[in-house]
Write a protein that binds this ligand. Structure first.
Ligand code: ADP
Ligand code: MG
Length: 370
């Protein structure tokens, strides 16, 4: 496998996947007008496929001759990246395939990975994403296991329940708005003060917002700087996945330090990336490879005024200081929905309404970064 992560290779060769359906449907135009000319000028080459249906990207990743490519690029939102990562992890040779770097070119409505690499203040987003891919190094990034029933999904962005899941999945008819669809719909739902009964268990590591910021993110409100990471962890990471905390079907071991709450929440979100989408820095202390999950809970009884303040706070990550918000680092969490039906979103993709458990595997995937 030609790892670009060990050296700065020139003239890279890519597999490129373009989702013509993502976001406002501009991915093809972004590729042709902005990305492709820069790749050509840099002497890069590629094989290109337009995805034609859901899971197409996953099928491609499962069959891809990974030795031919320096990375897989997705001109899409996080959904296509999610499929590629899950496809790589399901291969019989996952022990090698998990190291194939992925590179996001923002072409969807939820471009969390791209924002988290470049920050919000990224100038021309597409051009800078392309430059990172042409000359950047690959970085080890944690990957979460989500166990649910007999299934295992891999997640690198968000695992959400309640408001954030509704905003993610209940707004497909608002695609024409682009990234604004998340903000507009979140505002409406915050005003409605809808709550969702559930049981949440988690293993807390740090729950103090100040300590979270100082200990885990020195680059608060800056692009997440990953360039100083080494690849020792990635080299050691092995995709024989061990659920350190048992997975969803094992009883919770009290020796692991589980805390359980039975309540109604506005939303409960696990995450690995600072940005959820444009203008939404949900997890300001999230770190690409601390092996932990950031858990954010808006409890019931927040009230409309607080709801608005929290919403405004998510622009810069200030919401974690709001008295009504709970934000913590956990080793794992388990969420059991109580209502009859609703949305659970894993990286923006629909997931069945059933209990799920999340834990992070350290440095398991590789992402091309600036
Ligand atoms: P967005 O950020 O707008 O949601 P994504 O890249 O995340 O964009 O893609 C959204 C969904 O589109 C994913 O579930 C993906 O599988 C699906 N998809 C990919 N190609 C197509 C296609 N040609 N038609 C319809 N859906 C597609
Ligand atoms: Mg999506």
């Amino acid at each position: 496998l030609a790892h670009v992560y060990k050296d700065i290779k020139r003239g890279r060769h890519f597999k490129v996947l373009i989702n013509p359906f993502g976001g406002q449907g501009h991915a093809k135009r972004l590729w042709e007008n902005t990305a492709e000319p820069v790749f050509k000028a840099a002497g890069c080459t590629y094989d290109l496929t337009y995805t034609t249906h859901r899971y197409h990207a996953k099928e491609i990743a499962k069959d891809l001759n990974i030795r031919l490519y320096d990375a897989v690029l997705c001109v899409s939102g996080d959904g296509v990246l999610h499929e590629v990562i899950n496809g790589l992890m399901e291969r019989p040779d996952a022990v090698i395939a998990h190291k194939l770097p992925v590179g996001p070119i923002p072409g969807g409505s939820g471009n969390a990975l791209s924002f988290s690499l470049l920050g919000e203040d990224h100038g021309n987003h597409v051009t800078n994403a392309v430059l990172g891919i042409i000359k950047g190094r690959a970085m080890p990034v944690d990957l979460c296991s989500v166990t649910q029933g007999k299934e295992r999904y891999f997640s690198f962005v968000l695992q959400s329940f309640g408001l954030v899941a509704d905003v993610d999945l209940g707004t497909e008819d608002m695609r024409w708005m682009g990234e604004a669809r998340f903000t507009v719909s979140a505002l409406g739902k915050l005003l409605s003060q809808k709550t969702y009964p559930c049981e949440i268990s988690y293993i807390p590591v740090e729950t103090n917002a100040d300590k979270l910021r100082s200990a885990y993110n020195h680059h608060y409100n800056q692009p997440v700087v990953w360039a100083d990471q080494t690849h020792d962890e990635l080299d050691q990471a092995h995709p024989t996945i061990v659920d350190q905390f048992g997975g969803i079907n094992a009883p919770l071991q009290s020796s692991d330090g589980w805390v359980t709450e039975n309540d109604e929440v506005i939303t409960a979100v696990g995450g690995k990336l600072p940005w959820a989408s444009k203008g939404m820095m949900l997890n300001p202390a999230s770190s690409p490879n601390d092996g932990l999950v950031d858990l954010l809970i808006f409890p019931k009884g927040t009230g409309r005024i607080n709801g608005m303040q929290i919403m405004i706070g998510t622009d810069t990550g200030e919401h974690i200081y709001h008295e009504k918000v709970r934000y913590m680092k956990v080793k794992a969490f388990r969420l059991s929905p109580k209502g009859p039906s609703g949305y659970i979103s894993i990286d923006g993709e629909h997931t069945p309404w059933a209990p799920y458990q999340v834990e992070a595997h350290r440095g398991l995937i590789s992402v091309l970064s600036v």
